[in-house]
Design a protein around this ligand. Structure first.
Ligand code: PMP
Length: 440
């Protein structure tokens, strides 16, 4: 019996009792390799001593001070640290408690920017199909994940969705990567023209798609074209790096690899590594300047923003990543992970695609490799793989999504940055067994 309203009323969940490195142990003594860091959260693995000691130290000094009255040393240090490593021009960070809150803040900040600069008629967002930006109403409204939205549709602010980069299903056989990227960018441009550029606040996108279809990278040049289109129409570019950011793809921010700087960037998950709930919005100075010369404040706020213990955790996470050169390990082990996935699933009759970047990779399951036909959604292949993987001591992140009526099953891997080759061997072996148990 449980008094806790869990994600499912039907499922039973093992009780997580302890953690160490990339492992979690339950109260029955079963050990799991946490190969998705939960949902791409635990970038340093569990119970990292340096993070714990930084949090303890903060707790012994001050547990909480409301940001309506005070700032704290630790929040200022974390802010400086994040801005020092942010893309050029991003001058401030706004702290929140997680990814959805970061999205809500970014959407409001974008809207307020246009009010401040005298363009209040801008009131619409363009986003992408097959995207996930969080479960609060604003985040759900911009998100393009059909089943998550369905029953809440009447409560959602109207958003306009364009196609996401999804080369496996969407790129034509006669099209180069660059041509595909150009086609996607032109779809955005056409949507802007249809709606009227002067009515649009911003375009929001996950730099690398995460929780809906798993590790969807964009074609080379796509984001530079998107940036150019947004600039030409005075539209803000909001990149959601809640899942793919903070080192996960091998650079601190995924947009560094795309050669673009957004106007607003949301971060969370790996920002605190799971040690405390924390997220943030990195803000371009042009927005700060508009606020400073206008109302002088951002009309928003939550009780727990800039929580000192969460800031201490996040600061320690950033320091450990740099001290231990972990982004290099993300790149190195990411390459190894791709090799192992190719070796295990490259000829698998039910794996149609292997994709991703750094330690953010996914496989897509198909009923038929040549036709790319998906499994019947009623079969819930992704959920079965999750169960079979857990039975084998593996946590991976399976998901099912629908885009333009096509259902897909995907499994995302996002292991901690401390992962070794031997860990990856074990992860791929267990995942292979779980996949075969369901569809082999
Ligand atoms: N944006 C993206 C890209 C995400 O992947 C998520 C969480 N999966 C969110 C926003 C929402 O974050 P949270 O669950 O912390 O509210």
């Amino acid at each position: 019996m449980t008094s806790v309203l869990h994600r499912s009323l039907k499922a039973t969940y093992p009780r997580a009792a302890s953690g160490h490195g990339i492992h979690i142990r339950d109260t029955q003594g079963r050990d799991y390799i946490d190969a998705s860091g939960g949902a791409a959260v635990s970038c340093l693995g569990h119970m990292h001593p340096d993070v714990l000691s930084a949090m303890r130290k903060q707790l012994e000094q001050l547990e909480y001070a409301h940001t309506g009255f005070f700032t704290t040393e630790v929040a200022e240090q974390l802010g400086d640290d994040l801005v020092a490593h942010a893309p050029e021009g991003m001058s401030h960070v706004y702290f929140v408690s997680g990814g959805s809150e970061a999205i809500e803040a970014a959407l409001k900040m974008a809207r307020q920017y246009f009010v401040e600069i005298g363009q209040p008629q801008r009131a619409r967002f363009i986003a992408r199909k097959q995207s996930y930006h969080g479960n609060t109403l604003g985040a759900l409204a911009v998100g393009g994940n059909e089943w998550r939205r369905a029953q809440f549709e009447p409560l959602l602010v109207k958003t306009h969705h364009v196609s996401p980069p999804y080369a496996y299903r969407d790129r034509r056989a006669d099209e180069s990567d660059a041509e595909y990227g150009e086609r996607l960018a032109q779809e955005l441009e056409a949507m802007i023209a249809e709606l009227g550029p002067e009515t649009i606040i911003g375009f929001i996108a996950e730099t690398v798609g995460g929780a809906t279809a798993g590790a969807l990278t964009a074609p080379e040049g796509y984001y530079r074209r998107v940036r150019e289109i947004c600039d030409r129409h005075g539209i803000l570019l909001i990149l959601d790096e809640v899942m793919c950011g903070m080192g996960r793809t091998g650079t601190l921010h995924a947009c560094e690899q795309e050669g673009v700087t957004p106007d607003l960037m949301t971060i969370a998950k790996g920002m605190g590594g799971g040690y405390a709930p924390i997220g943030g919005v990195l803000v371009h100075e042009k927005i700060i300047d508009a606020f400073a010369s206008g109302s002088g404040l951002f009309q928003h706020g939550h009780t727990y923003l800039g929580h000192p213990v969460a800031c201490a955790a996040s600061l320690a996470v950033q320091q450990v990543i740099r001290r231990d050169n972990l982004l290099e390990n993300v790149r190195k082990q990411g390459t190894y992970l791709t090799q192992r996935l190719e070796a295990r699933f490259g000829n698998h009759p039910h794996v149609g695609d292997i994709r991703g970047r750094g330690l953010f990779q996914a496989i897509e399951l198909v009923a038929d490799r040549s036709s790319k036909e998906t499994f019947d959604p009623a079969r819930k292949v992704h959920a079965q793989i999750k169960q079979e993987a857990m039975a084998r001591g593996l946590i991976c992140y399976p998901m099912g999504g629908t885009i333009d009526g096509i259902h897909g099953d995907h499994v995302l891997l996002a292991p901690p940055f401390i992962v070794t080759e031997a860990d990856i061997d074990a992860i791929v072996e267990r995942l292979g067994d779980a996949v075969d148990a369901v569809v082999g």
